[in-house]
Write a protein that binds this ligand. Structure first.
Ligand code: AMP
Length: 520
């Protein structure tokens, strides 16, 4: 039997940790790196390169190199998010058989969990080298606001990578666990988590080793990438203005500008201004080289990204309202995610909560450490690991009813695992089947929510409308994954499903893609 690790599978970077001798620790690769870019480079025949080496390839072969694939996890091809992603990347996005978005590189199409599986396998290998033993199980973290499909896609990625996913836990919850485990705390904690792709806020009550999430809210399309976009757009506009050359369709130039923007953003965390020098970006009409040489200071950064920072606080307002708490009732604020290294964000958070955030937390490592603690508590055979984690479902669940409205069955922020049901009646005379369409999200209108899937309950007895009663039951497990059951109350006939077919891989496909089955 192999070991169980905790993996923070991030949009930009991933981290793996293991619990040993009474504490979790980060596992480093042979070069001592503890944080590994979640970048997968293709173009090496059947094999791929992942991590630091892959990130280098991003600048010279962006069309073969996938970064931030997590942003496509569990997304439908026709979603707004996929549209936005398409504008940002040099590779193709194709439509999969389940309406899912897939990655197209050199004419080959890859399912998103398959790409993520390369990152997970890389983390598994790093852990195996560091520990000298087989690692075959993991607790994997996801943004708290991930919906059912995104969670299932993450589970699929683990299976493809040859890892048993012991549990999916939310990133902010993992951070709180790492902060409070075995420290005898009794307080309300806010975890402000701004990473490369997503923003999450979770409010928790910690009572010794009892961790209860009171509310959570988030935006799965708000993160460092958007800050980079804002800075790149500014740099591009200035450059186009001064040179008169249209660069917005030149992918290599755009990728270089983006890299420079990201680097400048990081530099501004420690310096007041950052110099940007990107020589030979492209050539103008007369064949002369175009260089990008400029400086960016903190006040310009602030001006460009303030609308994004303000968006995070609207989400925080919502989480506090849901928890019926005020900002001043929060005893401690934890900052998680690489973006919280920006002083601008630390100041804004301090101002909002009227207290300085904890500064002895490593925002890159804390999530993986929490995942390792959870992996330990789930595999500890001695039974002394006793942390209790109570999480909530981040988004409401319901079914579509007449007129395109959603009838809510489980409201957001309900503690999980949970189960709830409602009885519906046929809408027309002699209706012999019902189609149950499941949605996740907060809008009253079905079409404004995420469509999770549908199924049919048939062979209903011919009867006047309203006579046949159908009970629909939703359950959400500890991973936040949804199962739905419909039951004809009269005959006892039932149909159930794990909502797998709407934008995710089928079970067969996941099995077919398994790296161990494929022999690599
Ligand atoms: P994560 O997803 O938590 O790994 O966060 C990655 C994001 O944090 C990326 O957008 C990085 O550009 C950003 N980031 C990392 N380090 C810094 C830093 N020192 N200052 C500002 N942003 C950073």
């Amino acid at each position: 039997m192999g070991l169980a690790v905790g993996i923070d599978l991030g949009t930009s970077n991933s981290v793996v940790a293991y619990y040993q001798n009474g504490e979790p620790r980060i596992l480093a690769d042979a070069k001592g790196n503890t944080v590994h870019p979640s970048v997968v480079a293709f173009g090496y025949g059947e094999s791929t390169v992942v991590g630091h080496r892959a990130r280098q390839q991003l600048t010279y072969a962006p069309e073969n190199t996938i970064a931030s694939v997590k942003r496509l996890m569990g997304r439908r091809f026709d979603s707004v998010e996929v549209e936005r992603m398409r504008a940002m990347v040099a590779w193709g996005i194709a439509e999969g058989p389940n309406l899912d978005a897939r990655v197209r590189i050199q004419g080959k199409v890859y399912a998103v969990p398959e790409v993520s599986a390369h990152v997970l396998r890389h983390m598994k290998q790093i852990a195996e080298e560091a520990l000298g033993e087989v690692v075959d199980k993991a607790v994997i973290t996801v943004p708290a606001y991930f919906n059912d499909q995104q969670r299932q896609a993450t589970r699929d990625a683990a299976t493809i990578a040859g890892l048993e996913c012991l549990r999916i836990i939310n990133e902010p919850t993992a951070a709180a666990l790492a902060y409070g485990y075995r420290k005898g705390k009794r307080q309300h904690v806010a975890v402000y988590d701004l990473g490369g792709g997503t923003f999450d806020i979770s409010l928790l009550r910690i009572d010794d080793d009892f961790f209860e999430v009171v509310s959570t809210a988030g935006d799965t399309f708000l993160g460092g990438d958007d800050f980079d976009t804002a800075l790149s757009e500014h740099l591009l506009a200035t450059l186009q203005q001064t040179t008169g050359v249209e660069l917005s369709t030149r992918h290599v130039a755009l990728t270089k500008i983006r890299e420079a923007a990201e680097k400048a953003k990081r530099e501004l965390s420690s310096a007041a201004s950052a110099e940007i020098r990107v020589p030979n970006l492209a050539r103008d009409e007369s064949g002369q080289p175009i260089h990008l040489i400029t400086t960016l200071d903190r006040s310009m950064l602030s001006r460009l990204v303030m609308p994004l920072i303000q968006r995070t606080f609207l989400v925080v307002d919502d989480a506090l309202k849901q928890a019926r708490l005020t900002a001043t009732q929060i005893d401690e604020v934890l900052l998680v995610g690489g973006m919280t290294r920006l002083p601008l964000i630390r100041e804004a958070v301090g101002h909002y909560f009227r207290r300085k955030a904890q500064d002895n937390i490593n925002p890159d490592e804390v999530v993986a450490l929490g995942a390792a603690i959870q992996a330990h508590t789930l595999t500890d055979t001695a039974g002394i690991a006793d942390a209790v984690l109570l999480d909530v479902t981040p988004q409401s669940l319901g079914v579509r009813t007449v007129g395109g409205f959603v009838e809510q069955i489980i409201p957001r922020n309900t503690p999980i695992p949970t189960q709830a049901g409602k009885v519906f009646h046929t809408a027309t005379d002699n209706q012999d089947q019902v189609r149950i369409q499941v949605f996740q999200g907060e809008s009253r209108m079905a079409e404004d929510n995420d469509f999770l899937g549908d199924f049919v309950l048939d062979n209903l007895r011919p009867a006047p409308r309203g006579e046949i009663a159908i009970r629909i039951t939703f359950s959400i497990d500890t991973d936040g994954i949804v199962a739905v059951r419909a039951r004809d109350e009269e005959t006892g006939q039932e149909t159930d499903m794990l909502l797998e077919a709407s934008s995710n891989l089928s079970r067969d496909e996941v099995q077919r893609l398994r790296f161990d089955e494929l022999g690599f």
